[in-house]
Design a protein around this ligand. Sequence first.
Ligand SMILES: [Zn+2]
Length: 135
Amino acid sequence: MSRKEAIKKLEQTLIRRRDAIRRALKGDLSLFQELHQEKTGDVLDAAADSVQDELNSQLIEVEARELSAIDEAIARMRDGSYGHCAGCGRSIPLTRLRAVPYATDCIECRRKSESKAKRGGVSWNRVYDEADATS
Ligand SMILES: [Zn+2]
């Protein structure tokens, strides 16, 4: 499968997930459960039940955040910028996009920005020093 085809497939996955979340946010979890069951089967049956039981504000918040991430990813797929790292501009590997379809950066840039965020903003020199020490 070419990268283009793989991204096309991811777009379809995202659109389905977006529809499911939209409906879940309106209180209709049927489509949401369907998607989860497809993926994980029995394990999530119980989880889906508890989701049904406690459609709480926390879940809604998480799903609403995911929804906007999905919207942005679909917009990037349409304008052609999807799959390019916002940090270094290189192509994000398909394995990462399959795991996190709305990823905007590659693993290396993600790690860098995470370690930066953890320290509340450090100089790039220190980030590089740390990377050298651990590799
Ligand atoms: Zn990058």
